[in-house]
Design a protein around this ligand. Structure first.
Ligand code: FES
Ligand code: FES
Length: 159
């Protein structure tokens, strides 16, 4: 069954037709051509497909597209600011060497954003917990955790 859904995607209201069997990830990548959100396992294990839905980090591969109707969805394409400058958290990943092949990076950044938006001063344990659903096959976890710490510091220091 097909249905037109309306959602807010990266700050803009959009309409898209989806099928009842489609995941939000499928619609984002294949209907809307927003390919920043990655498909790894397709089974909720790797976190590569993480997006924010109403400020909560969610595995979009398991999230039915129909359920996104009326919700506020943010993908990695919506994280940079309006002038297309990297967000603080993205810049911290770059500065900290936290990106190797980059496949896990969009999901990592979205999970980190979900944390920092609600916990501006997280402990290392809280950072590791927030990222525990995101796998990095390049195993760059130390740099990734350091990047989130740096982003938190920079965000707190912002005027
Ligand atoms: S692709 Fe969704 S969790 Fe792996
Ligand atoms: S940077 Fe390659 S998977 Fe994480």
């Amino acid at each position: 069954m097909k249905k037109k859904i309306t959602l807010t995607l990266n700050g803009s209201q959009i309409h898209v037709t989806a099928d009842s069997h489609q995941s939000l990830l499928d619609v984002l990548r294949n209907s809307l051509r927003l390919t920043g959100t990655k498909e790894g396992c397709g089974e909720g294990e790797c976190g590569a497909c993480t997006v924010l839905i109403d400020s909560r980090a969610v595995n979009s591969c398991l999230y039915p597209a129909f359920e996104a109707g009326g919700k506020n969805v943010t993908t990695i394409e919506g994280v940079a600011d309006k002038k297309n400058q990297l967000a603080t958290i993205q810049q911290a990943f770059v500065d900290n060497g936290a990106i190797q092949c980059g496949f896990c990076t969009p999901g990592m950044i979205i999970s980190a954003k979900a944390l920092l938006d609600t916990h501006p001063n997280p402990t290392e344990a809280e950072i590791r917990e927030a990222l525990s659903g995101n796998l990095c096959r390049c195993t760059g976890y130390v740099q990734i955790v350091e990047a989130v710490k740096k982003a938190a510091n920079r965000l707190r220091d912002k005027p």
